[in-house]
Write a protein that binds this ligand. Structure first.
Ligand SMILES: [Zn+2]
Length: 315
């Protein structure tokens, strides 16, 4: 646990060897950024609030940065203990945050439908529920650009920062020049707590991810508080943005080189092998599949989903 500033708190835990951090902006109207997995509120967030003397039911807002289980899984537990809290998410991710079947369809199954090697997941699986918690509605669906008044003149802005997911949100605090970044940018990979890269950056859309890099650059944050990284400050901000930019360019090059050779078949398997070999970062098939798909699509190679697959899910 770390107090970052007088009213900014990092509420951290370790999951599977990696950092998992929620952030509390403890204004008169307290804002929490991300709820973690299903057990995170009980085991990590509530004890911390108790320690700093913020009653749970005083929480006013929960910003869910995006539709991933490690960011929305605790929503149900939070809503239960803080029923007056307003759960906020972007329009493009809100349905997946609120409904598990939509989440699995839009964030996992579409990959398998296109032929990527992603294991099937069932929402009925007790393991799924244990991580993703109870389905919880989103109270306020936003587009980005909205401001939240935390009290005493402290205002923060919600910024649409797509790429990692279509509806990723970041929270910008102009007073302290702090960006609460969720997973919007991922440097050159996600580290374990010892700093070794254990997962490649992954995103739905290369160009959207690049635009988000520009958006963050234009804000010029002094401090980036992301979910799976220690606080990024000082020169580290520029290094992180540079690493994020360089990673995308490197993957574009790897995939372009592959596509320039006599048409490798099957293309998905060849791309996965090429990316894994060139990047040398461990990672699950899910992350590599999402990464491969984004770069193949960016270079005009799309895999048709099976007949009957809703077009809306093939974004
Ligand atoms: Zn995450």
């Amino acid at each position: 646990m770390t107090q970052i500033g007088p009213q900014i708190h990092r509420i951290e835990s370790v999951f599977d060897g990696r950092w998992l951090a929620s952030y509390l902006l403890a204004g008169r109207r307290p804002l929490l950024v991300d709820s973690g997995f299903a057990v995170t509120p009980e085991t990590v967030i509530w004890p911390y609030l108790g320690q700093i003397g913020v009653p749970v039911d005083r929480l006013r807002w929960l910003v869910v940065t995006h539709a991933s289980g490690d960011h929305f899984g605790g929503n149900g537990a939070i809503k239960q203990s803080a029923p007056r809290i307003t759960v906020i998410a972007h329009a493009a991710d809100a349905a997946s945050i609120a409904q598990h079947t939509t989440f699995v369809a839009e964030h996992i199954d579409f990959l398998r439908a296109e032929g990527y090697p992603v294991p099937a997941i069932s929402v009925a699986d007790p393991g799924f529920r244990a991580l993703h918690g109870a389905e919880t509605s989103v109270d306020w669906v936003v587009q980005g650009g909205e401001s939240l008044d935390l009290g005493e003149g402290w205002e923060v802005t919600l910024v649409h920062a797509p790429g990692h997911t279509p509806g990723h949100l970041v929270v910008w605090d102009p007073r302290h020049r702090v960006l609460f970044a969720g997973d919007a940018l991922m440097g050159d990979g996600i580290p374990d707590v010892d700093g070794h890269l254990v997962m490649p950056p992954h995103y739905f859309d290369v160009e959207a991810y690049r635009r988000t890099l520009q958006t963050v650059r234009a804000l010029s944050p002094q401090l980036i508080l992301a979910t799976h990284y220690p606080p990024i400050m000082g020169d580290g901000v520029e290094r992180f943005l540079e690493a994020s930019t360089a990673f995308v360019a490197r993957c574009e090059e790897i995939v372009a080189d592959l596509l320039a050779q006599p048409q490798p078949q099957p293309i998905i398997a060849a791309t996965l092998v090429a990316l894994r070999r060139a990047l040398g970062i461990p990672g699950a098939d899910y992350q590599y599949s999402l990464l491969a798909r984004a770069h193949l699509r960016n270079q005009g190679v799309t895999m048709p989903p099976p007949p009957g697959w809703p077009a809306a899910l093939s974004r």
